[in-house]
Design a protein around this ligand. Structure first.
Ligand SMILES: *[C@@H]1O[C@H](CO)[C@@H](O)[C@H](O)[C@H]1NC(C)=O
Ligand SMILES: *[C@@H]1O[C@H](CO)[C@@H](O)[C@H](O)[C@H]1NC(C)=O
Ligand SMILES: *[C@@H]1O[C@H](CO)[C@@H](O)[C@H](O)[C@H]1NC(C)=O
Length: 288
C-alpha cells in the first residue's frame, strides 16, 4: 500500500517578517480519497501525520478538495489537484518573500517530483515494507533539514535501518541527475537502493522551503501494525527531530484565518480519529 502525505501552511492573510516567530503555527494536511467510499467516509488522513505535527507544537487543519471517483493517483486525483494548487501557491508566495513551507512524505514526495518535473518519471522498486539506513550525500553538511540533528543520530541514521519505506515507485538517482528541472530544484540529501535501483530518499529544494522524504518519519513513533516499523530510541528521535524541523519552518509563516471562529471550525479537533489498527496499516484514521 502506498501511503502518503503532503502538508503546508494555510493561506489567508499573508504577513511577512523575517525575524519574528509564529508561536501558533497551523499546518494544512492534505486528505486523500478513500479507496472504497462509504457514507461519511470519502477521504481520510492517517492520525500519525497529525500527531507528528502536534508533537512539535503545531495545530492541524485537514485540507479537502474532493473529486468523487476515488483511487489516488499522482496525475489525476483530487489529491493531485489539491497538491498542485498548494504547490503553485507556495512557489508564488515564496517568490515574493512570503515564507510558505511544504513537506511531502512518500506519495507526497512522489507528487512533488511530478509537480516539479511535470513528467511521470518514477521507476518501480522493491520497497514496500522495509526499513533502511540512509545513504547520505555530501549535501547534508549544509542542509537545513539535518542541521540541528545530533551527530550521533546522523551516525545511527546512516548505519541502522531507521527509515520505513512503503512505496512501489521511486525516483531513480539516474533519473534525477538527468532531469534538468529536478536537478536544479532539489538538493539530494540521501539515497537508497532496493539492490537494483538506486533511488532518491530525501530532498530539500535549493531556493524554496520545500522538503520531501520517500520514507515515513511519522511512523516510527506512532504506527505499530507492521513488524518492520522501527521503534528504537534513535528511530523515535528521528521522528521528533524532523517534526521539530518542519514545525520550526512553519513558525516562519504568519498566514492566519480571518477570525478565531473560522480557525476553530477548520481545526482537526472537530473530528475524531477511529481505531483501525488490526485491519489497516494505520493505528488511527481521521475520516471525512
Ligand atoms: C453521516 O453524517 C451525518 C451528519 O453528521 C449523520 O447525520 C449521518 O447519520 C451519518 N451517516 C452515517 C451512515 O454514518
Ligand atoms: C524484495 O525485497 C525483499 C527484502 O526486502 C526480498 O526478500 C524479496 O525477495 C525481494 N523481491 C524481489 C522480487 O526482488
Ligand atoms: C551510497 O551512494 C553512493 C553514491 O551514489 C554509492 O556509490 C554507494 O554504493 C551507496 N552505498 C550504499 C550502501 O548503497
Amino acid at each position: 500500500m502506498i501511503l502518503s502525505l503532503f502538508f503546508m501552511c494555510l493561506s489567508c492573510l499573508p504577513f511577512y517578517s523575517s525575524d519574528k516567530i509564529n508561536d501558533r503555527p497551523i499546518i494544512g494536511v492534505l486528505a486523500q480519497e478513500v479507496y472504497s467510499q462509504k457514507p461519511n467516509q470519502t477521504a481520510y488522513i492517517a492520525a500519525s501525520y497529525v500527531k507528528f505535527l502536534e508533537s512539535a507544537g503545531a495545530r492541524v487543519v485537514p485540507v479537502m478538495i474532493l473529486y468523487p471517483g476515488g483511487g489516488v493517483s499522482i496525475i489525476s486525483s483530487g489529491y493531485e489537484r489539491a497538491a498542485k494548487i498548494f504547490y503553485e501557491l507556495a512557489i508564488e508566495a515564496n517568490s515574493r518573500g512570503d515564507y510558505f513551507p511544504v513537506w511531502g512524505t512518500c506519495l507526497g514526495f512522489e507528487q512533488l517530483m511530478y509537480l516539479t518535473s511535470e513528467k511521470t518519471i518514477l521507476s518501480q522498486t522493491n520497497t514496500s515494507g522495509v526499513a533502511l539506513p540512509l545513504n547520505f550525500t555530501n549535501e547534508i553538511k549544509d542542509s537545513k533539514m539535518f542541521k540541528d540533528f545530533p551527530a550521533e543520530l546522523i551516525e545511527d541514521l546512516a548505519t541502522q535501518a531507521l527509515t520505513e519505506n512503503s512505496h512501489k515507485w521511486s525516483l531513480a538517482v539516474l533519473t534525477h541527475n538527468s532531469n534538468e528541472e529536478l536537478k536544479m530544484f532539489y538538493k539530494v540529501l540521501s539515497t537508497n537502493t532496493d539492490g537494483k535501483v538506486e533511488f532518491v530518499s530525501t530532498v530539500e529544494a535549493y531556493d524554496y522551503p520545500i522538503y520531501g522524504t520517500q520514507w515515513h518519519p511519522e511512523k516510527n513513533a506512532f504506527e505499530w501494525t507492521r513488524p518492520y516499523i522501527p521503534h528504537s530510541p534513535s528511530a523515535i528521535k528521528t521522528t521528533f527531530y524532523l517534526a521539530q524541523f518542519f514545525v520550526s519552518e512553519a513558525r516562519k509563516n504568519f498566514h492566519k484565518f480571518e477570525s478565531e471562529d473560522e480557525e476553530s471550525k477548520a481545526l482537526i479537533y472537530n473530528y475524531n480519529p477511529v481505531f483501525t489498527g488490526p485491519k489497516s496499516g494505520f493505528e488511527q484514521i481521521y475520516f471525512f
